[in-house]
Design a protein around this ligand. Sequence first.
Ligand SMILES: NC(=O)c1ccc[n+]([C@@H]2O[C@H](COP(=O)([O-])OP(=O)(O)OC[C@H]3O[C@@H](n4cnc5c(N)ncnc54)[C@H](O)[C@@H]3O)[C@@H](O)[C@H]2O)c1
Length: 378
Amino acid sequence: MKKTRIGLVGIGFMGKTHLWSVRNLPFFYKTADLDFTAEVVAVCASSLARAEVFAAEYGIPRAAASPEELIADPEIDVIDICTPNPLHYRVAKAAILSGKSVLCEKPLTMTAAEALELARLAEEQGVVCGTVFNNRFLAPIMRARQLIDEGRLGRILSFAFTYKHNSCIDPDRRVGWKQTAEAGGGTWYDLGPHVLDLCHYLCGELSFVLGKSQIAYPTHLKVDGSVWETDADEAFYVICGTREGAMGTVTVSKLTQGANDELSFSVNGERGSLSFSLMDPNYLDFYDATAVGAPMGGVRGYTRIECVGRYPSPASGFPAIKAPQGWLRGHIGCMVNFLSAVANGTPCEPSFSDGAYVQMILEAALESDRTGREVSLC
Ligand SMILES: NC(=O)c1ccc[n+]([C@@H]2O[C@H](COP(=O)([O-])OP(=O)(O)OC[C@H]3O[C@@H](n4cnc5c(N)ncnc54)[C@H](O)[C@@H]3O)[C@@H](O)[C@H]2O)c1
């Protein structure tokens, strides 16, 4: 059985999440059904010393001094990029050109031009490249896509996608790289890719965007306690439409008191509606307007579909399909999807093209915010 050898670039929150996903795959999927195994064989971080400590702590065979060292290693098949956003392009490009498969965190790059170049290079080189849009792999999102494909919503008329955190409100919280323009545009670049990808995945391609950013706190505190002037959005609001004629909104905010990790959406069609919240990740709510509505409402109303752990084959059914599932399950699904494509030599979806599509919308919305005008995507 073939073993896929992974070089992990970045060992922060997402580096740990990806390592956890690779190591736990054999619980969630039977190895015999997958026909491959995978191991993180080397890591690198912002310094060799940090990578060495991490490698020792998590039992990883090797620490490297740089992403380039991992890319040059013939014993590594896949480069998995979990660094701050500005590094994605350079590392992904070098890895593709060396013929390695690449898994890259969102947002794929800092600009649409960079993302489109990566998507083109991946195709030219014939290497398997995936963008981490992990929410696609939660059971309710998979079921939502099935219901739309089955025609249960009919023509989609409207939608609302939102992703809310509260992290820009706390006056004592020190500013991190994700809040800065240097890292690619604040909350819009951090949370926007997740909801834009879901909007694309469930509702189709957009025809226009009208975006507006918000900064509610002109200053924050740096790690050393000094004052930092806010230079990127803390929230971003978009009105948009699809090529098929649906209209809706995409909103991201780190200014929402009481919000933890609140990704939610509603999609409304002629025949029915869907709604979902990541804080309630075991259920998808479905309204079937074709159900009998009389007498006294008949049986019409929202159905709470118990998606829970009912993943299709080759999922192993562990833990029990009735056991509550959470955010990490989406990362497991995303990882197995990518590694299966690598093992079979087939294209991965979500691909770098999907990442580039999202990057184009991110950029168009920023342009709209800058100019105060709607940006056409046709
Ligand atoms: N898909 C998701 O659910 C999700 C969630 C959070 C973050 N992200 C994305 O994951 C990526 C990483 O975010 P994070 O939260 O893990 O950040 P983090 O700050 O926790 O970790 C970043 C890591 O990158 C390493 N790094 C920095 N410079 C480096 C260099 N030159 N060479 C090698 N390594 C370097 C750091 O040592 C650190 O280990 C970002 O692109 C972010 O947008 C995705």
